[in-house]
Design a protein around this ligand. Structure first.
Ligand code: GDP
Length: 438
């Protein structure tokens, strides 16, 4: 997700050849400055960061380690303005969050993503449909909440968001919800009507925090609108959406210091899983190419259900792993997001070869073929791959539009994978693996 920025930092770091002299430091700083400006980090932010790194490096004696330490400290200082926060819960639930933003910024989608993030943390969430301006917003929330399995409060009988919010909170105040997320109306641009409505909704909701969703594809405009919202209704955090479409990525680096409000989350795709918590201490590690193991654990924990994992292990041990399990596995892999977004979280993988980083689980043609082959099987065939004789294979090939040799190859591959999995999940698994590797 922070590929471009990470690349900038690691490239600058790599080029440093310190021989304990001032010239080397100047060169390294020049390199860093150039790449940060290229990544669209605000020039004032760059200037301050460079000055800070220079002073700190000199203080401790010029060398690569001193430079890296100074850079790490300066980055952290820059990002943690307003705190190292993520999502914060109030002591007496529910935590009420007002989701604000301009129309099209991704506010409604982000509300769903945030609910999904909290649900994965075992929190009970209520989403309130209080965007009654954009016609499709309520329907969009219906679809999202059904998809992620979160409750929605809506009231079609009124066009008054204040009424909706008041009634929703009455329902939520019995304490069964941990978090209430209120999706508010947006406009194409900031105007008085919008601010008046938000002010009234804010009064009715008495929110724990107000989040502003900013479209990162608008570059420095995202900073400007966030600042306006902060001045007009007060915001406690920013969520940058559409970070996947922002090839430069520098806005994320300067935002907290420019708006003086912390960046809390980053949205990086259209799917519900495409949201990452923005915690400065973790992000600094990633930017410097050290990965983010904690973030990785969080993402995979949300995607893989422990019970499901145990059930599958048992099936594999008994040699009963079938095509249905296979599809299920593929689905949970998909839930984890693209390989690309996970790769940067693994230490040392931050600047891996582009080819591997770009591997796209969902669009891989091999995986697509396997999926369409399985879809053409009957339920019995999926459960029992041994049923697949030549006439059945022929029917499946026709059904999914693939050649029979392809079908044979994929079935063989699947059976081999099953055998291997069985072998290594057994009691002597590790021994077998070791002996095989010599
Ligand atoms: P709203 O008017 O602010 O509520 O905006 P929506 O939530 O309807 O989002 C507008 C469009 O942006 C939709 O097509 C979303 O799918 C898309 N969108 C939202 N967040 C992201 C993101 O992080 N990445 C990408 N690529 N698209 C996004």
């Amino acid at each position: 997700m922070f590929d471009t920025l990470t690349d900038s930092f690691t490239a600058a770091i790599k080029k440093i050849r310190f021989h304990d002299d001032d010239k080397a430091l100047t060169k390294a700083l020049d390199e860093l400055k150039k790449s940060l400006l290229k990544a669209d980090v605000n020039h004032k932010v760059v200037k301050e960061l460079i000055a800070e790194v220079q002073i700190e490096t000199k203080k401790n004696g010029i060398g690569k380690d001193q430079f890296l330490d100074a850079l790490r400290a300066a980055l952290y200082k820059l990002l943690e303005i307003g705190g190292n926060k993520g999502f914060t819960f109030v002591p007496n639930p529910p935590t009420v969050i007002l989701m604000t933003g301009l129309q099209g910024s991704g506010k409604t989608t982000t509300t769903g993503k945030l609910a999904n993030y909290l649900k994965n943390k075992q929190k009970k969430v209520l989403i309130v449909a209080a965007d009654l301006q954009r016609l499709a917003a309520v329907e969009q929330l219906r679809q999202i909440t059904t998809q992620i399995g979160v409750e929605l409060y809506e009231n079609e009988a009124t066009k008054n968001p204040v009424e909706v919010v008041a009634a929703a909170l009455k329902k939520a105040n019995d304490g069964i919800y941990d978090v209430v997320l209120i999706d508010t109306a947006g406009r194409l641009a900031i105007d008085d009507e919008l601010m008046n409505e938000l002010e009234a909704v804010k009064k009715a909701a008495n929110p724990s925090e107000i989040f502003y969703v900013a479209d990162s594809m608008t570059g420095q405009d995202a900073v400007k609108t966030a600042t306006s919202f902060k001045e007009k209704i007060g915001i406690d955090g920013v969520i940058l959406s559409k970070y996947d479409g922002d090839s430069k990525g520098g806005v994320a680096l300067g935002l907290a210091s420019q708006v003086l409000v912390p960046l809390r989350f980053i949205g990086s795709g259209e799917k519900m899983e495409d949201l990452e918590v923005f915690l400065p201490d973790r992000i600094v590690n990633r930017l410097m190419g050290f990965g983010d193991i904690e973030g990785l654990a969080e993402k995979t924990a949300g995607a893989i259900d422990e019970k499901q994992a145990k059930r599958l292990t048992k099936k594999i041990q008994k040699g009963q792993f079938n095509f249905n399990d296979f599809l299920e596995q593929m689905e949970s892999m998909k839930k984890m997001g693209s390989m690309k977004s996970l790769m940067g979280m693994i230490p040392g993988m931050g600047n891996m070869s582009k080819a591997l980083k770009d591997f796209d689980m969902e669009n891989s043609s091999e995986l697509k073929n396997i999926k369409s082959m399985v879809s053409s099987m009957t339920l019995k065939e999926r459960e029992n791959p041994d049923l697949l004789n030549n006439s059945r294979k022929g029917r499946i090939a026709k059904g999914c539009g693939l050649e029979i040799v392809e079908i044979n190859r994929m079935i063989k591959q699947f059976k081999n994978a099953g055998k291997m999995a069985k072998r290594f999940s057994g009691k002597n698994g590790m021994k077998d693996l070791q002996s095989m590797m010599g």
